[in-house]
Ligand binder design. Structure first.
Ligand code: TXA
Ligand code: MG
Length: 320
């Protein structure tokens, strides 16, 4: 099936987006996780536009998207065997590998760090764009700093509006939460952000990995501002509700998995499968955030490995 039939994206749109990227402009595009806000990663001026459009501090490094493992190798000054093993298995897909960078990557991309986060996304529209552009593309999530990540083109337009040149609309993102960020520049490797690929899937291939304390406790680490506790927040206060314990006052909505709410609340049923839950999480929060509730209470999911990505985003969204 063509991109047009599957995602409503024409070859002409891909060419236009690729031309804009090569010309130093910003293009928002779908990935399987969330929409990205892309710029040519080798063009420091173009990358500067990302920080401006997002209102993002320059201390926050960007993920560089590639169209092949070869392209990743070319950007790394050291491509360890573990990187090859993981990329072979999980790329294209929701895993970002942090490795030592080459000098060809401008320092603005990596916030001055000697490492770079590399990822080959699985969305066919993203891959077509990367291939057509022929350059690595730096792209954070296409939202203003600290706000909810976008999983549709409409979310991107609502959040960034005319701050960006072009939005490629490829429909909703199916993973729904951001990629797992794994640093291979440390020994043992460390998960800086849980996400689409789980710790156990990684450990099956390369043995034990550490999980950054910030990734489990919602504290702010030095090198990974994506782990800032207030990331991914809706404007409406979000509270975690254990076993249906919702706030007593005000008009609120409750995202239910199993337990009934113990006070009045509008109920929104969420999937009990963690992957399906992740797919719907941001879209549900975007929608409810626009409705003027006093609070959004979210039933705390089980503290098990399959839920770690979702639980991480919920903890951050509830930290104020
Ligand atoms: O799924 C995703 O990863 C999406 C899509 C668009 O690919 N991108 C995304 O980008 O979530 P962003 O900028 O919102 O989050 C990037 C995360 C941050 O937590 C950042 O700190 C971490 O990756 N990161 C990037 N480069 C790093 C590096 N060199 N060292 C440590 N952490 C890094
Ligand atoms: Mg983000």
């Amino acid at each position: 099936m063509s991109l047009k039939e599957q995602f409503g994206v024409t070859d002409e749109q891909i060419r236009k987006a690729a031309t804009l990227l090569r010309g130093g402009q910003l293009v928002a595009f779908p990935t399987e996780t969330v929409y990205g806000l892309g710029a040519n990663a080798l063009d420091a001026n173009a990358v500067q536009r990302i920080f401006k459009a997002k209102g993002r501090p320059h201390t926050s490094p960007l993920i560089v998207h590639v169209s092949s493992i070869e392209m990743a190798r070319e950007l790394a000054s050291d491509w360890p065997e573990r990187a090859e093993i993981l990329a072979e298995k999980f790329w294209p897909g929701p895993l970002t590998l942090v490795v030592r960078k080459k000098v060809s990557i401008p320092t603005i991309v990596t916030a001055g760090l000697p490492t770079v986060g590399l990822r080959m996304p699985a969305h066919p529209v993203a891959l077509a764009l990367l291939r057509e552009a022929g350059v690595p593309v730096a792209a954070p999530s296409a939202n203003r700093f600290t706000q909810l990540s976008p999983t549709t083109a409409e979310h991107v337009r609502q959040g960034l509006g005319d701050r960006i040149t072009y939005v490629l609309d490829g429909g909703p993102c199916h993973v729904g939460i951001e990629s797992t960020v794994l640093s291979l520049a440390e020994e043992p490797p460390v998960i800086l952000r849980p996400g689409g690929v789980s710790r156990s899937e990684i450990e099956q291939l390369i043995g034990p990995v550490a999980v950054s304390a910030a990734a489990t406790e919602g504290q702010r680490p030095h090198a990974s501002p994506g782990l800032h506790p207030q990331h991914y927040s809706p404007k409406t206060p979000l509270v975690l509700a254990n076993a249906g314990a919702v706030p007593e006052r005000g008009n609120g909505v409750y995202l239910q998995i199993r337990h009934e709410p113990n006070h009045d609340a509008i109920i929104v049923k969420m999937p009990s499968d963690p992957r399906e839950y992740a797919t719907r999480l941001y879209a549900t929060l975007h929608d409810l955030d626009a409705r003027g509730y006093d609070w959004i209470a979210v039933e705390t999911p089980g503290d098990t490995a399959e839920w770690e990505g979702v639980l991480d985003r919920l903890r951050r969204a509830s930290a104020r």
